[in-house]
Design a protein around this ligand. Structure first.
Ligand code: PLP
Length: 466
């Protein structure tokens, strides 16, 4: 249960940190406790468990590699986040791009959550999982006509429009099918989220949202259109933020905008602050959701706005791991390579962002430590899960767990190198459930076709398309 050394090290970190005032010490201790209880992956007698299930047991049943999620952790994180806003009128719309498995969507929806979507495919999944349409918000810079129509007909809560042309297109679609679309403008507030450039979204140079300086003009347009009902203001400044201040900078700008809109007679009911709260992958010390919520509340004061939050990573990131098996160990003159059966197509984050995921043995052997690269079977030098990492000297056949892989793990996976997508498993207590089957080779070629002229030999081949 309790991992006392982790708690103590968290408290030690707080006491020796720069933060000296009582409030921030209190929050940091809370945050350590949150981190300390942040997931239900733990060792019993040197063996890694997810809740009450040994990880080895799951590997024996489903093979490797696979994603493994803890139901208790998912619940705990959703409740911790949503509960932090309980003093405010709010809706937590889980950002399903971080993890779109239907079982996970159903779980959050059963806890009262909605979702933030960015495509027609995500809408389809959400509806199939049982998410209520009136709890769905739709962001994204490139919403196509078919997807706009699908979302309108489904009766979603709100479209977060990201360009002047999208506002007009949404109006056109709504008028054509005799509906009125509730719309917010996703504003680009030009705030630096101080995170990886690929996941910064609220700077002027980013493609997202409408420049805050042009927002008033676009709101006037939207308010004049018969197919639209202006309902809110939204923004999302980036992901994996480890400080509260950028959120507050953005919020202040949005509140000023809402004030101006009200003066113009445009009333705003929803304030969508997006997602972005970070997690601990390595040594990061992000704010606890309580601290984040309290800071927002004090900025908002006694506002009558309904707050929408779009958290993704903070809820699922530390609730899932990727389990993989060592295929080969490969010592070279330069370094040691552990070649495992998971690859960049299964977990893209290390290759894409050079991001850190802790590597833990599923059975602690007590062998000496070595510096190694953990690499996959894909034909790219960029195919790695960890680089220059001090890990146990693994042997072929050993299982390892790539930690904090619940967000942007499976959802970003592909079949590159014709590797079937891997399976996903959820543990609840002492039982586990396959929530997505491992794909088979047949799934790889589903939908592909060889035209007759290629089947029929030389003569047909010369006939061409015409
Ligand atoms: C519009 C929007 N909302 C919410 C999120 C979720 O961010 P996070 O997983 O960091 O909470 C994203 C992620 O990129 C996003 O683009």
């Amino acid at each position: 249960m309790a991992d006392v050394p982790v708690l103590l090290s968290g408290i030690r970190r707080v006491l020796f940190s720069q933060k000296k005032d009582r409030e921030s010490i209190l929050f940091s201790i809370q945050s350590s406790i949150f981190n300390f209880r942040m997931h239900h992956f733990h060792y019993i007698k040197d063996e890694l468990y997810c809740e009450d299930v040994p990880v080895t047991t799951v590997a024996e049943k489903v093979g490797t590699p696979f994603y493994l999620y803890s139901h208790a952790t998912l619940m705990q994180h959703f409740k911790a986040f949503d509960g932090a806003f309980s003093g405010m009128k709010h809706l937590t719309c889980f950002s399903m791009k971080s993890n779109s498995n239907m079982a996970i969507l159903r779980l959050f929806s059963s806890l009262g959550g909605g979702v933030d979507i960015v495509s027609g495919g995500e809408l389809y999944r959400a509806l199939k999982a049982g998410v209520e349409p009136v709890k769905i918000v739709y962001s994204g810079v490139g919403k196509g006509v078919a997807d706009l129509e699908y979302a309108l007909r489904s009766g979603i809560l709100m479209f977060n429009a990201e360009s002047a042309q999208e506002i007009l297109k949404l109006n056109e679609v709504a008028e054509r099918i005799g509906k009125r679309a509730r719309v917010a403008i996703r504003v680009n507030p030009d705030v630096d989220p101080k995170t990886h450039p690929y996941i910064s979204t609220g700077l002027k140079e980013n493609k997202f949202g409408i420049d805050i300086d042009e927002a008033l003009e676009q709101y006037s347009v939207a308010a004049s259109l018969n197919g639209l009902h202006v309902a809110g203001v939204s923004c999302h400044i980036g992901s994996q933020l480890t400080e509260v201040s950028p959120f507050l900078d953005a919020l202040r700008k949005l509140m000023r905008l809402i004030g101006r809109l009200r003066e113009m007679g445009i009333s705003i009911g929803y304030l969508d602050l997006g997602g972005g709260l970070g997690i601990t992958y390595d040594r990061e010390d992000p704010p606890h959701p309580e601290e984040y919520a309290r800071a927002i509340q004090s900025e908002l004061g006694t506002s009558d706005l309904t707050l929408i939050l779009e958290p993704g990573r903070v809820i699922v990131g530390n609730a899932g791991v990727l389990v993989t098996r060592v295929l080969y160990t490969k010592p070279t003159k330069e370094k040691m390579f552990f070649v495992v059966d998971a690859a960049m197509n299964d977990l893209m984050r290390p290759s894409l962002y050079n991001s850190y995921h802790a590597i833990q043995p599923v059975k602690v052997s007590g062998r000496e430590k070595v510096m190694a690269d953990i690499v996959g079977p894909i034909c790219e030098s960029g195919d790695f899960l960890a680089k220059g990492r001090e890990v146990e000297r693994f042997d072929p056949g050993d299982l390892m767990s790539v930690m904090s892989a619940g967000a942007y793990g499976f959802s970003m996976s592909s079949t590159y190198n014709s590797r079937p997508k891997i399976c996903e498993v959820m543990v609840k207590g002492d039982r586990f459930y396959i929530i997505r089957e491992r794909e088979r080779f047949e799934d790889l070629i589903r939908g592909e076709a060889i035209p007759d002229f290629l089947k029929e030999g030389q003569e047909a081949r010369q006939g061409g398309l015409g």
